[in-house]
Design a protein. Structure first.
Length: 110
């Protein structure tokens, strides 16, 4: 179960996690959804009118928070270093569709 909020500020009141937002996207979002799950994890969905979407998740711990790994939606899994982060990048037909990482305290996916 999840609960939807109108803003990042409202989302912050519903979770104990520090809220982070994506500031650079490949499109201008026409709609942004702020969701918190029962376990305290949150998700921010940035949607474009044409249907393109970027979802950002953050949760406590170091486990996968994407909800997608292990479901067979990808044909390639690769470890990539980006700055000081070690990401696991998932692709399907040479198109990256998911990245997961942890900073040792929180787990992330996009």
């Amino acid at each position: 179960p999840m609960e939807e909020f109108d803003s990042a500020q409202d989302l912050a009141g519903a979770t104990n996690l520090p809220i982070e937002e994506i500031t650079e996207l490949p499109f201008e979002p026409s709609r942004t959804l702020y969701l918190v799950y029962d376990n305290g994890m949150y998700e921010i969905q940035y949607e474009e009118e044409s249907g393109n979407q970027v979802s950002f998740r953050k949760g406590e711990g170091t486990g996968d928070v994407s909800g997608l790994t292990g479901l067979g939606f990808y044909d390639s899994e690769e470890s990539v270093r980006a700055g000081d982060l070690d990401l696991t990048v998932y692709s399907f037909e040479d198109q990256v569709f998911l990245a997961t990482w942890t900073d040792g305290t929180y787990a992330y996916s996009i």
